[in-house]
Every structure is written in structure tokens, then in C-alpha cells.
Design a protein around this ligand. Structure first.
Ligand code: HEM
Length: 498
């Protein structure tokens, strides 16, 4: 049996060999005209639809598939500044490894230098699923409401518009482009048509606009992307953008071969559809608050907000617990400049160690995983889908999660592993069972080790508050795909065939 190198082993090897392999690709500034806009800019268009497609695998049909890309090119948005007026309609495109194999047969994707995580896909039980830990209703065999197989998903078109009319027009243009291909490009509709608009993943604008289901403000803290692609900070653009590796910050790439040229100026997108059980979450908060309110001497109403904040790490208005431990404050509602060590929270008395934001970005808390102190960062470009319970109780609803990174394994999957198993820092006692992120984690986890079913909230008056588990499964995975967001020139090459 041939031993296959894990992605992290490949990452380490590359770290020491990168100089030779990346030299020819180094430039000083990112080529914004060639980079898809979504990577660098957080769009705030009120409307978006995320349309999924399958390509026919027969090579003789490639000209039809090219025509699909050609029709979309005029709307493809680059990372260049669009000036004072936001484009009314625009789109970005992602391709799975199987999608690339069809549109770029010359790359020989299965034997290429794309990472094995990307090639195998997020459903692989021995690879991605070791960190993602999907099970039960969220098991990969259940994804996309069983409307299509995971392997059949080849392409996503992220379509953004300034109003509903422009969105309809753009969707029409995209469906028309697909229908012109004689069935060689087929749209895949992942949602139950009775619980959604035509089964498509369509953004639902909640009020206020930057809130998501469970009623938290989102999209507050993002890596501070900068124009220095040669930096060594995890936040730097070269940690996300393929082709800008440096000695201090190597990215697995691909770094060599024709696939490196194809992937240059691209970025990976872990596209994850997460159903949110809002009714379950709200009833959990209410029931637990009845028990906790007397202990913390607050009203039940205030305790609901307190518990929601302790589970997330931020109050629902966005104020980080570490800066505003007593109550939400307008002045801190979008604060990002804080640390757990810097702001005297190393006992978790303000923000519990397992709170979602503390686990997904432990900042200066101190991380120790196999001798590494790296805190992986990801760019989040997600939004809510599905009407709230008050508008349509039967609607499917949740998060259209776009988690962007330069390396799926060492960034996205590492963080997911931490969400499912809080074992990355010495604030967690290794002698005790391993706790989980109380908001997002998959409760039954295939990872080895003993899972702590409870949620512990450290308190400064001696005994901690312990919410006894098993905690309910608030979030269920509806589907996941790993896409590459290729460069504008790579997509043009697919469209023109040259
Ligand atoms: C339905 C599922 C999820 C919900 C409801 C949720 C909710 C939130 C909320 C309310 C915030 C605070 C706002 C902000 O800091 O911008 C946040 C932050 C964050 N979330 Fe999630 N999230 C979900 C899934 C995920 C997943 C799957 C990941 C990673 C794989 C993730 C990674 C992060 C990160 C990195 C932050 C920023 C933390 C910081 O920098 O302080 N989230 N999330």
C-alpha cells in the first residue's frame, strides 16, 4: 500500500522547498484586475443568489460549456475599485476539482498538485469529515436535500444585485446561458422547492441588514487584508491568494506545474449551507434562562440575552463580551480590536473559553497544537437564507456560508476541528473531557477523544454555571462544496479555449 502524505505534511515539506517553486510567480502587488472581487471585497448588495451547476463530462461537449462561461464574462466582477456606484448586477464563479477536471482536461486534476483535500471533497470520511464531523441529518449522504450527488456539483455562480428586479434579470441571464448549452450545463437546485424560492439558495435580507438567523449581528470581524502580498501575518492577502507565497508564509498552492499557473490569483471557498433551527435555539435560551436567572440575579428576559452572548462571545448587537462584559454597548458593537490576554480575560470570566467567536479566533489566548501557535484565519462572505419564523414558519432557513482561504486544510478545516473539539489551547484542561462550541458544533463527533456534553460558563463567585448537555443540535449541515474562485484570466481562458 502506498502511504499518501497528509495535507499538513505536504504543507510542511512545501514550507522548506517553496523558494525554488514559487520564485517565478512572485510579484509585489496583487493584480486586482485579475482577482475575483469577492475575495478582496465584502459586497453589501441586498440581493444575491448562489446558483449551482453540473457540467456534462463528455469532452466533446466542452464547446457548449465554454459558451456558458462566455455569456457570463460580461458580468464577472474583479477586485478593482468599482467607483462611486456599485454595479447593479455582477457575479463571481467557483469551480470544484471535478468541475476543473472537465473544463481544463489538460491539467490532469486527479494527478495534479492541487491539495488532496480539494480533490477529494468535503464529504471524504477519511479527510475533510475528520474535522467537519457531519452526522445524522447533516451527514454527507443527506446533503443538498438529496436532490443531487455531491460529486455532481461542478460550479457555483454567486450572483449579486442591487434590487429584486436586477436579481431576476441576472438569474434569467445565467439560466439562459445554461439552457443554450443543449443540456451540457444543468442547474442543480439544492433546497426543497416548497420551502424556498424555486429551490435556489437565495439571500434573505433580515432586519437590520447585517443580522443573521439566531438574531446576532454578523460580518464584524474579518482578516485585515492588505496590499502587501509578501507579508507574514496570517491576515495578509498572501495567506488567501494563490501564487504569492513567501518564505514566512507559504501556501500549499498548487505551487508548481500548469495547475499553479491556472490557480494563480485564485482563492478557495469552503461553501457550506448550514440550516439553523431558530425555534430550538430560542426555546433552549428560554428554558435555560429560567434556571440561570436566579443564580445571576437577572430577569429571565435579560438572562436570555446574557446566555446568547455567552454562547457566541458577542452580545446580539455585536459588542464583544471581553470589552463589554456587563451589557451590550453601542460604542463597542463593531469593535474588533481586543484580545483575551490583552483585555484580562484569561480565566474566561467575561467570555467563556468555548464561546463561538473565541474558538473560531482565539486571538492572543495562546494556541498550542503540535508545537504550532498559529491562529488560522478565514474570510467570511456569508449571508442568511430563508424567511424568519415570524414571516414563514415552514421555510428552510440558515446561513449560506462562504469561508474563503488559501488552504482548505490548515485554515478552514483546522478551525472547524476546533469548533467541534476545543482542544487547541491550554486554557482547556487536557485531563478533562473536551468541550465544544455551544452554538455551531456537531454534537456527536467521530473524532477520537471524550467529548464534554456540557457548556461551562466560568463565574467569579466560585462555582461555574454548567449547562448540562447533551446540548441540542442548533445547526445542521445541508451541504458543502470546495470551490476554487479562479482568476479572471483563468475563467476567460475557459470561455475562449485559449
Ligand atoms: C450557522 C452557523 C454560524 C453562526 C450562527 C455564526 C455566528 C457568528 C457570529 C454571530 C459571529 C460574530 C460576528 C463577527 O465577529 O463578525 C461570528 C464570528 C465568527 N465566526 Fe461564525 N457562525 C456560524 C458558523 C461559523 C463557521 C462554520 C465558522 C468557521 C468555520 C465560523 C467562523 C467564525 C469566525 C472566524 C468569526 C470571527 C471571530 C473573530 O474574529 O472574533 N462561523 N459567527
Amino acid at each position: 500500500m502506498t502511504a499518501e502524505l497528509s495535507d499538513s505534511a505536504v504543507f510542511l515539506l512545501l514550507k522548506y522547498n517553496f523558494m525554488i517553486s514559487t520564485q517565478s510567480f512572485q510579484t509585489n502587488t496583487p493584480e486586482l484586475h485579475d482577482i475575483q472581487g469577492l475575495i478582496v471585497n465584502g459586497y453589501t448588495h441586498p440581493c444575491s443568489v448562489h446558483m449551482l451547476f453540473n457540467f456534462n463530462k463528455d469532452l466533446s461537449n466542452l464547446p457548449y460549456i465554454r459558451s456558458f462561461f462566455k455569456d457570463l464574462l460580461p458580468y464577472l466582477q474583479s477586485a478593482e475599485d468599482w467607483g462611486a456606484l456599485k454595479p447593479k448586477m455582477m457575479l463571481n464563479i467557483g469551480l470544484t476539482a471535478r468541475g476543473i477536471a472537465i473544463v481544463k482536461p489538460d491539467l490532469d486534476v486527479p494527478n495534479s498538485n492541487f491539495s488532496s483535500t480539494f480533490k477529494k471533497g468535503p464529504w471524504d470520511p477519511n479527510n475533510a469529515q475528520q474535522s467537519l464531523g457531519d452526522y445524522g441529518d447533516g451527514d454527507p449522504s443527506e446533503w443538498w436535500n438529496k436532490q443531487f450527488a455531491n460529486e455532481d456539483l461542478h460550479c457555483v455562480v454567486h450572483a449579486y444585485a442591487m434590487n429584486a428586479m436586477a436579481q431576476n434579470k441576472l438569474v434569467e441571464i445565467i439560466t439562459e446561458a445554461a439552457s443554450k448549452t443543449n443540456g451540457m450545463v444543468t442547474e442543480l437546485k439544492p433546497l426543497d422547492p416548497l420551502k424556498s424560492n424555486a429551490g435556489r439558495l437565495e439571500q434573505y435580507l433580515l432586519s437590520p441588514a447585517d443580522y443573521i438567523h439566531f438574531n446576532y449581528r454578523d460580518s464584524i470581524d474579518e482578516p485585515n487584508l492588505n496590499d502587501n502580498p509578501a507579508g507574514k501575518d496570517q491576515q495578509d492577502l498572501n495567506n488567501f491568494l494563490i501564487g504569492y507565497s513567501t518564505a514566512e508564509n507559504p501556501i500549499p498552492g498548487p505551487l508548481s506545474g500548469p495547475e499553479a499557473k491556472f490557480a494563480r490569483n485564485g482563492c478557495y471557498n469552503a461553501f457550506r449551507i448550514l440550516y439553523q433551527d431558530v425555534e430550538l435555539f430560542e426555546s433552549f435560551l428560554q428554558e435555560q434562562s429560567k434556571l440561570i436567572a436566579p443564580q445571576i440575579k437577572k430577569t429571565e428576559e435579560d438572562t436570555i440575552e446574557w446566555l446568547a452572548a455567552k454562547m457566541c462571545g458577542r452580545w446580539r448587537n455585536g459588542s464583544p463580551l471581553t470589552l463589554s462584559p456587563a451589557q451590550p454597548e453601542e460604542s463597542t458593537s463593531k469593535s474588533t480590536d481586543f484580545g483575551y490576554l490583552a483585555n484580562d480575560d484569561m480565566k474566561g470570566l467575561k467570555c467563556p473559553f468555548s464561546a463561538h467567536t473565541r474558538v473560531s479566533n482565539p486571538r492572543d489566548e495562546g494556541v498550542d497544537v503540535a508545537g504550532s501557535d498559529i491562529v488560522p484565519r478565514i474570510i467570511r462572505r456569508g449571508m442568511a437564507y430563508g424567511a424568519p419564523v415570524s414571516v414563514d414558519p415552514k421555510a428552510d432557513r440558515g446561513l449560506i456560508g462562504l469561508f474563503l482561504c488559501g488552504d482548505l486544510s490548515s485554515q478552514f478545516e483546522t478551525l472547524y476541528g476546533w469548533i467541534n473539539m476545543n482542544n487547541f489551547s491550554n486554557v482547556f484542561d487536557p485531563a478533562e473531557n473536551t468541550p465544544q462550541d455551544p452554538l455551531v458544533a456537531n454534537r456527536i463527533n467521530p473524532l477520537p477523544g471524550n467529548v464534554d456534553p456540557n457548556f461551562t460558563i466560568p463565574m467569579n463567585y466560585g462555582t461555574n454555571i454548567i449547562i448540562e448537555g447533551p446540548l441540542p443540535q442548533f445547526v445542521v449541515t445541508r451541504g458543502t462544496a470546495y470551490f476554487l474562485l479562479p482568476s479572471i484570466s483563468a475563467l476567460t481562458e475557459i470561455a475562449t479555449g485559449s
